[in-house]
Design a protein around this ligand. Structure first.
Ligand code: 5GP
Ligand code: ZN
Length: 147
């Protein structure tokens, strides 16, 4: 029953979550792609033409809370949404990113991918421009932290 309600769009996972409200149809959106598990829609404050946000319909706050099955369905949805963006807008490239956690800039605590279309001459940066730490690190010392 829960599943049917969810698919019909009237079940809202988290009462206070803005993305759950969008999934439930309580807040309107410009849909780019939708399947049983995922919804992709245009960002209300786009960084570029066609900036798209894609969310799992299930409320999950961050990447650490995602299980393997959700990773699989989510990445399949990201791939389909990406195809839609390339077909509709024919950008010269895209950046795909996740702000995972407040420290990384996450403002909506419902996991989501940003698909940011890029156009030649748009003067934007790359993923490398998100942060350039003032501290310098010994990479081999950091590598030891993984062993
Ligand atoms: P975050 O900063 O959490 O990574 O990204 C949240 C994104 O959701 C932001 O880019 C913001 O513009 C977008 N956003 C927030 N509220 C709404 C909304 O009500 N509708 C749409 N379409 N996008 C939203
Ligand atoms: Zn939510």
């Amino acid at each position: 029953m829960l599943k049917i309600a969810h698919q019909l769009g009237f079940y809202r996972e988290n009462m206070s979550c803005i993305f759950c409200k969008i999934v439930a149809g309580e807040i309107s959106n410009y849909t780019v792609y939708e399947d049983a598990n995922m919804l992709a829609f245009l960002d209300v404050h786009p960084c570029s033409k066609g900036h798209t946000v894609i969310v799992p319909k299930k409320h999950v706050e961050n990447l650490s809370a995602m299980d393997g099955e959700l990773w699989n369905t989510t990445l399949a949805g990201v791939q389909q949404a990406l195809k839609k963006v390339y077909t509709a807008l024919k950008p010269d490239g895209v950046n795909i990113g996740i702000n995972d956690g407040e420290a990384a800039g996450q403002t909506v605590p419902h996991v989501h991918w940003h698909i940011i279309p890029r156009y030649k001459g748009d003067a934007g940066g790359s993923v490398h421009s998100i942060i350039r730490s003032k501290e310098s690190f010994d990479v081999s010392a950091v590598a030891k932290m993984f062993s």
